[in-house]
Design a binder for this molecule. Structure first.
Ligand SMILES: *Cc1c(COP(=O)(O)O)cnc(C)c1O
Ligand SMILES: [Zn+2]
Length: 406
């Protein structure tokens, strides 16, 4: 296992940096000896653990994880009501809204970053975050009894800020958007010995995202879904989905790879990658995010160009959904399937609806829709879409009448 520069190709031992120390390009990518992994797996089955560490041989840790034994192994739900609603053959929901410990897909990425940080000997953890990464790093820091420095944009939802503070993290809101916070943290990471999960530890962080895809493929009986709809902000999940699929084929866990198309869902108010895709451009023009989907509000996506290339390699599609469509998506997922997603789940459901309607996803095909975060953290966007609960006097007649039972 090593890290490889995507620009000059220089390979080095794993190091706590995302930047090539030969040419200065960013985006060091973890590489593995797939031949050895293939041999190892043919002699031993995957570990029996009911967590993401089942796939530890495809993750960049040298040792067994010291924290995060509970992460992953989330349900793949058959969404029959939603399938009927959208007129599709079958929809599955990959439900990372119930991932542990902090109810988003980010627990997977952060678990790998934090364990790698321990291997590198860091004593202070940190991150820049739109909310979910910070919940996750803060939780693991509490378990490890280590200090944790969190930087979030000013507009971050209270539920997510409190959801980091409660673990004892030091949370700072920076006036400005995610991209400003990110730029500042990159400078901090250069100056101080802090393991920023998604900055200097980013190569390892992003590897953790692969486990969501390994699980989907295993839950389908080691076959690829025909269509996969993922949320798309920084681009981590999407590019790691493509890597995960390539790996499963390469090491022989997927024996007869069938055609898969991957779709990236952006929020229209923060859709620089969708825009570049639509215009057929190879470059991404940063935007000022303005959307209720705060976890998708990244105007200058770090892995944007790679995401664009990854989508093209699968013949996929990048689309965007408006805030109204996101809210509708949250409501449909909740009322049809009993799953309360945060806005990014509304985005993937909303995009699935559009793609089904326009025939981009053929009606006789199956779709796996990623739900990456939990709506109970951030109920505000849908507060106006539900009735005010009636209040009645505490007697049986009033209660029966309020339900229309009289
Ligand atoms: C971070 C996040 C995303 C966006 O994922 P990227 O890998 O940055 O593209 C989507 N949904 C939720 C809930 C997130 O926390
Ligand atoms: Zn380089």
């Amino acid at each position: 296992m090593g890290v490889k520069c995507p620009s000059c190709g220089f390979i080095s031992n794993p190091c706590p940096s995302y930047i090539c120390n030969k040419c200065g390009a960013s985006g060091l990518e973890v590489i593995y000896d797939y031949g050895a992994i293939r041999n190892h797996l043919s002699n031993n089955s995957l570990t029996e653990t009911h967590s993401m560490w089942r796939y530890n041989s495809l993750l960049p840790l040298n040792e067994q994880p010291k924290v995060g034994s509970q992460v992953g192994f989330t349900p793949l739900l058959e969404a029959n009501n939603l399938s009927r609603e959208f007129g599709l053959n079958k929809i599955f929901i990959k439900d990372d809204s119930v991932n542990h410990p902090t109810l988003s897909y980010k627990d997977r990425a952060v678990a790998v970053a934090v364990n790698k940080a321990l291997e590198f000997g860091f004593d202070i953890l940190g991150c820049v975050s739109t909310g979910n990464v910070s919940n996750s790093v803060s939780s693991f820091a509490a378990t490890l009894n280590k200090p944790c420095f969190v930087v979030v944009p000013g507009g971050t939802e209270n539920g997510k800020v409190i959801g980091s503070l409660i673990f004892g993290a030091k949370v700072i809101k920076v006036r400005g958007n995610y991209d400003t916070a990110n730029m500042l943290c990159k400078e901090l990471a250069k100056k101080y010995p802090i393991a920023f999960a998604n900055i200097n530890l980013r190569s390892y962080y992003s590897e953790g995202a692969k486990t969501a895809i390994y699980e989907i493929v295993e839950q389908l009986g080691w076959r690829l879904p025909q269509n996969l709809v993922l949320p798309l902000a920084g681009g981590t999940l999407l590019i790691k989905a493509v890597k995960a699929i390539r790996e499963l084929v390469e090491i022989g866990l997927v024996k007869n790879p069938t055609k898969i198309r991957i779709y990236g869902a952006q929020a229209t108010g923060s859709s620089p990658i969708a825009l570049a895709f639509e215009l057929g451009q190879d470059q991404i023009t940063p935007v000022q995010p303005n959307t209720i989907a705060k976890s998708l509000a990244i105007g200058n996506p770090g892995d944007g160009i790679a995401a664009l290339q990854a989508i093209k390699s699968t013949n996929g599609y990048i689309g965007s959904v408006t805030d109204e469509e996101i809210i509708e998506g949250i409501g449909l997922l909740a009322s049809k399937e009993g799953v309360f997603a945060e806005a990014s789940g509304g985005a993937t459901v909303g995009l699935t609806k559009k793609l089904a309607k326009s025939g981009v996803i053929p009606r006789d095909e199956e779709v796996v829709v990623m739900v990456s975060g939990n709506g109970f953290k951030t109920p505000d966007p849908v507060a106006n879409c539900v009735y005010n609960a009636h209040e009645v006097d505490g007697d049986l007649t009033s209660l029966s009448r309020a339900f229309g039972l009289d």
